[in-house]
Design a protein around this ligand. Structure first.
Ligand code: GDP
Length: 171
């Protein structure tokens, strides 16, 4: 019997320093570093995920820092089937700017499965955006909401859920 193998492109977007690279590094390599070193030039990471016996190859793209200077280019989104839009629950400004990101996604990547991710939930004492507020925003744009901590390894099941939703959308 042939194994059914499929590749899906996922992109991580959101303001600088919200933890996109850290989420990727936690999910793909199970590593976390508290130093803020940009991974300039790294385009994507590969991770195979088993969904009910089907091996799906996730190609997960990080922005490599371009989001600091301008919005991302259409090329970054090309071919993407899934998008993780990340903000930092301890920084209200990263939540306020989500609307701009949603507009960019609507322009460049209309038919993707989009998840909203509130990261850094380990920093509970510094939290500025409540789960309820974020859930309400997500609901108004028809996005699924997940919370994560790359530091504590919380919420990484979002990738399995995202993959299942991408597969459903293809079928
Ligand atoms: P990016 O610019 O969005 O890729 O953000 P980075 O992954 O480079 O993270 C920016 C900073 O936030 C780094 O110092 C990380 O160590 C820190 N960081 C990322 N995720 C978390 C988290 O879940 N909890 C905490 N406490 N810090 C985090």
């Amino acid at each position: 019997m042939n194994d059914f193998e499929l590749a899906c492109k996922v992109v991580l977007v959101g303001d600088s320093t919200v933890g996109k690279s850290s989420i990727l590094s936690r999910y793909v390599n199970n590593l976390y570093s508290s130093s803020n070193v940009s991974t300039i030039g790294v385009d994507f990471h590969l991770k195979n995920i088993n969904i009910d016996g089907r091996i799906i190859r996730l190609q997960i793209w990080d922005t490599a820092g371009q989001e600091r200077f301008r919005s991302l280019t259409q090329g970054f989104y090309r071919g993407a089937q899934g998008i993780c839009l990340v903000f930092d629950v301890t920084r209200e400004d990263t939540f306020q700017r989500l609307g701009n990101w949603v507009k960019e996604i609507e322009n460049f990547a209309k038919d993707c499965v989009v998840y909203l991710i509130g990261n850094k939930i380990d920093l509970d004492a510094k939290r500025m955006v409540s789960k309820e507020t974020a859930e309400q925003f997500a609901k108004s744009y028809n996005l699924k909401y997940f919370e994560s901590s790359a530091k504590d390894d919380t919420g990484m099941s979002l990738f399995e859920s995202l993959t299942r939703d991408m597969l459903r959308k293809r079928n």
